[in-house]
Design a binder for this molecule. Structure first.
Ligand SMILES: NC(=O)c1ccc[n+]([C@@H]2O[C@H](COP(=O)([O-])OP(=O)(O)OC[C@H]3O[C@@H](n4cnc5c(N)ncnc54)[C@H](OP(=O)(O)O)[C@@H]3O)[C@@H](O)[C@H]2O)c1
Length: 295
C-alpha cells in the first residue's frame, strides 16, 4: 500500500505546517482536524474523530507554539503539548493507527557545539521545550511505534497561528519602517521551510520506518542574524543590521544557544531529502512574493 491508498488524519491542520501537510496529501483519504472544532485536550473529542476517520496514520501537528507566551501559560501549554499529545497517542494505539508526533529542537539545552543526534540527552531551558518533551515521553509510552519528528525554526507560506508572522515576514515588515535592526547572533539553529518538512513526512509514511525519534530540518545552520541578513540579500533590500545577544534582547523565554539537529536517522533510511536552508529560503521568497518584496 503506498501513501495514496492510506488514510491520514492531521491534527493542527490549519497551522503553519498543517496546511503544507494537507497540500502534500491532497488526493489522499485525508481528514484535516482543526481547533477549536476539536480540542486535543479533550480525550473524548480526539476519540470521536479517530473513531469516525479510522486512519492508517495520524499526524499531530497541533501545539501551543508561542514560546514566550508558554512561560506564563505553562499549565495550558502542558495541557496541549503534553496531555493533548498523550490523548492522540492513546487513541492511536487503541485503534491501530500509527502516529507522527511533531516535536522541537527546543528539547535540548543548547550546550553542544555540533549538531544534536536523536539520542542526545535532552534538557529543555523553557516551558515550551519542557511541555514538548513531556509530550514526547507520553506518546512513546502510550504508542511505542510513534515517530517523533523533531524540527526547528519553521516558516511557511501560511501564517503560524501560535506566533503570528513568521521570522522572515517579520524582518521584511520591519524593514519597511526601520533604518536599523538589531538581531540576535548568539542563537544558532536551522531555519526550516514547512514545505520541505511536509515532503519528508510523506516519505516517512510511504516507507513506514520503525518508531522512535527522528530529526528533520533543512541542511546547514545559521544564527538569527545570519538568517535575517540572507533574507535581505535575497530580497534585494538594503538595511543596516547589527548583531545583538540573547541577553540584551531579553525575551521572556530563554532559548538554547545552539539547537542544530543532525538528521542522522533519516539519512540512514535514505529519507533525508532536505535541501539547504538557503535554497529553501529562496524558494519561499519566490513563492510568497512572486513579484518581489516591497521595501
Ligand atoms: N513554529 C516553529 O518554529 C516550530 C519549531 C519546531 C517545532 N514546531 C512544532 O511544529 C508543529 C507545528 O507548528 P506550527 O509552526 O505549524 O504552529 P501553528 O501554526 O501554531 O500550528 C499549531 C496548530 O495547533 C492548533 N492548536 C492549538 N491548541 C490546540 C488544541 N488545544 N487542540 C487542537 N489544536 C490546537 C492551533 O490552532 P489555533 O491556531 O486555532 O490555536 C494551530 O492550528 C508543532 O508541534 C510545533 O510544536 C514548530
Amino acid at each position: 500500500m503506498n501513501a495514496k491508498q492510506k488514510s491520514i488524519t492531521i491534527f493542527g491542520a490549519d497551522g503553519q505546517l498543517g496546511v503544507d501537510l494537507c497540500a502534500v496529501f491532497e488526493g489522499h483519504n485525508l481528514e484535516p482536524v482543526v481547533y477549536p472544532g476539536v480540542d486535543i485536550r479533550d480525550r473524548s473529542q480526539v476519540g470521536a474523530v479517530l473513531d469516525r476517520s479510522r486512519p492508517d496514520w495520524v499526524i499531530n501537528s497541533a501545539a501551543m507554539t508561542h514560546v514566550d507566551r508558554c512561560e506564563d501559560l505553562d499549565l495550558a501549554a502542558y495541557q496541549v503539548n503534553a496531555v493533548g499529545a498523550k490523548h492522540v497517542a492513546e487513541k492511536c494505539r487503541a485503534s491501530g493507527a500509527r502516529l507522527i508526533q511533531i516535536s522541537t529542537d527546543y528539547v535540548f539545552d543548547g550546550k553542544k557545539e555540533h549538531p544534536y543526534v536523536e539520542d542526545d540527552r535532552t534538557g529543555p531551558v523553557n516551558v515550551y521545550g519542557l511541555t514538548k518533551l513531556a509530550g514526547e515521553r507520553f506518546v512513546s509510552n502510550a504508542a511505542p511505534d510513534t515517530i517523533i519528528l523533531r524540527t526547528s525554526g519553521l516558516y511557511g507560506t501560511h501564517p503560524c497561528w501560535g506566533k503570528g508572522q513568521n521570522f522572515v515576514d517579520t524582518m521584511l515588515e520591519l524593514a519597511k519602517t526601520k533604518e536599523c535592526l538589531h538581531i540576535v547572533d548568539d542563537e544558532v539553529l536551522t531555519p526550516t521551510f514547512t514545505e520541505d518538512l511536509a515532503v519528508v513526512v510523506r516519505s516517512i509514511i510511504d516507507k513506514s520506518p520503525p518508531g522512535g525519534i527522528y530529526h528533520a530540518t533543512n541542511a546547514g545552520q545559521c544564527s538569527w542574524f545570519e538568517f535575517a541578513r540572507t533574507v535581505f540579500e535575497l530580497s534585494g533590500i538594503r538595511i543596516r543590521i547589527e548583531k545583538t545577544t540573547a541577553a540584551e534582547w531579553n525575551a521572556p523565554a530563554k532559548r538554547p544557544s545552539y539547537s542544530v539537529l543532525d538528521n542522522r536517522r533519516l539519512q540512514e533510511l535514505g529519507l533525508d531529502t532536505m535541501p539547504t536552508w538557503e535554497s529553501a529560503l529562496e524558494r519561499y521568497l519566490n513563492k510568497k512574493y512572486p513579484r518581489g518584496v516591497d521595501a
